[in-house]
Design a protein around this ligand. Structure first.
Ligand code: FMN
Length: 443
């Protein structure tokens, strides 16, 4: 167990705690507004016991994290905090967010940062919230601003905010959430300006973010929640590309506290199914898909290889099996599936070209990997010495003489001798990794 510090947006220091063994798959846990990372302690411990690594984070202005110097607690600021924490982590964690923490995670990952995470768990958080429940919660929270005389008073206030059915408040747990102010009264461990600074995010914005999320997502709903309805959670899961839903019947908004054991079991089950701890294994004879997944761990650039068919018409397809081979003589290779419509064209024609794509050429990559008949229609090309198509504006193009072909399983290896190359290294490359297009990012 250790305490960590992250740099949040604008240099605000964010406090976090780690559980379990570093190097194991990480779960990053975000509390709701008005809570601290302590709400996740039991779940994080359960994850550590199951051999995983968990990090619980205090939102800015909460717990031991620094407050916003300018009182900014809007969604965009909190999203930037999460993005910068994700960029400081060495691995892509599963992000677990409850309530406001869930909304932050939804916006951050759905609005362009999902390559920084491998999965998402949303606990009682959806684009559509219940206005009556929200109003009641906001009123109660602002009445807490005056502070409490004693820990028992604070416990009563907490109980009225999030009623716990078996009502025997855990006073020792509560004391971690309180601090003594200068006037001698006890106040929650969060910046009261959070209530003014944070407003409930726009429904359409969050729904759009949800629709863009492709990573495995578990949505957990507390059956007695006043803040999120079962209907909203179901609507959310329908928007997600790879979502599943679980309801914990007798839990209120603070699902992970109300039904800790059930919640922890649910979370672990999701992680074991979707993010197994042991590395996946391929052995000769296993499903080739597993080998493909193993090979997809090797990140590559993307090219379009082109040649001419027997009628002299341009043909080409997307290929990432491009490799440099030799400088002297200048040789490169790529591998072409024998199932390709164009394998005979490449075997017959004496020349081919390799066009290395930049980030703006993703549409061309998609087109040249599709069944679309005329791939060249909207792809301006030129020719150099041999007449094979050179795609205009590529990051690099190599015009080659076919040097050799080698049959290799269900593919054919084409080795080319480079006649001429042109390149524009100031552009960013289009990348392909784990089955998805990627771009370079600078932390
Ligand atoms: C990023 C990416 C890389 C690819 N790399 C190769 C490759 O190296 N060799 C290959 O034969 N197919 C590769 N493909 C698949 C072909 O582009 C795809 O099957 C195409 O439809 C083949 O077209 P064809 O049958 O007209 O030749 C790749 C596809 C993508 C999206």
């Amino acid at each position: 167990l250790g305490v960590l510090r992250f740099n949040g947006f604008g240099g605000v220091t964010l406090a976090a705690e780690t559980f379990g063994i570093e190097g194991q798959p990480t779960v990053l846990m975000l509390p709701g507004g008005g809570q601290t990372r302590k709400v996740w302690t039991s779940a994080a411990q359960a994850l550590a016991d199951a051999g995983r690594h968990a990090i619980t984070l205090d939102l800015r202005g909460h717990g031991e994290s620094a407050s916003s110097p300018d009182g900014r607690y809007d969604l965009d600021t909190l999203v930037q905090d999460l993005n910068s924490v994700l960029m400081q982590l060495p691995t892509r964690p599963v992000v677990v967010g409850a309530s406001t923490g869930g909304l932050i995670a939804l916006a951050a990952l759905g609005e362009g940062r999902q390559e920084l995470a491998s999965g998402l768990v949303l606990v009682d958080a959806a684009p559509w919230l219940e206005s009556t429940g929200l109003r009641r919660m906001a009123e109660k929270l602002s009445s807490h601003g005056a502070g409490f005389e004693s820990i028992e008073d604070a416990a009563a206030a907490a109980q009225s905010l999030h009623p716990l059915k078996s009502s025997s408040p855990d006073l020792s747990g509560l004391s971690a959430l309180l601090r003594k102010s200068e006037d001698g009264r006890l106040r929650w461990h969060w910046d009261p300006r959070f209530l003014q600074g944070f407003s409930v995010p726009d429904e359409d914005r969050l729904a759009k973010a949800a629709a863009d999320i492709e990573i495995p997502t578990l949505v957990v709903h507390g059956g007695r929640s006043e803040i999120v309805s079962a209907k909203s959670m179901e609507k959310l899961v329908r928007l997600l590309k790879d979502g599943e839903i679980a309801e914990i019947e007798d839990a209120g908004h603070l699902v992970a506290r109300d039904k800790a054991d059930e919640f922890n079991a649910l979370l672990l089950n999701f992680l074991e199914r979707r993010f197994p701890r042991d590395p996946e294994r391929y052995e000769a004879g296993s499903d080739p898909k597993t080998l493909r997944n193993a090979l997809s761990c090797f990140g590559t650039g993307v090219t379009i290889v082109t040649t001419l068919d027997s009628k002299g018409e341009p043909v080409g397809l997307t290929a990432n099996s491009f490799t440099s081979v030799s400088l002297d003589p200048p040789l490169i290779l790529f591998c072409l599936s024998n199932a390709s419509k164009h394998v005979d064209d490449f075997i017959r024609h004496k020349h081919f070209a390799i066009n290395v794509l930049h980030i703006g050429q993703q549409p061309a990559s998609t087109r040249f990997a599709s069944r679309q008949a005329n791939r060249f229609q909207s792809t301006p090309c030129k020719t150099w010495q041999t007449g094979v198509p050179i795609i205009d504006g590529s990051m690099a193009s190599f015009e080659c003489d076919r040097e050799a072909t080698y049959p290799a399983g269900d593919h054919t290896i084409f080795v080319g001798r480079v006649r001429m190359a042109e390149f524009e290294p100031r552009r960013d490359p289009l990348l392909f990794f784990r089955g998805r297009y990627r771009r370079l990012h600078f932390g």
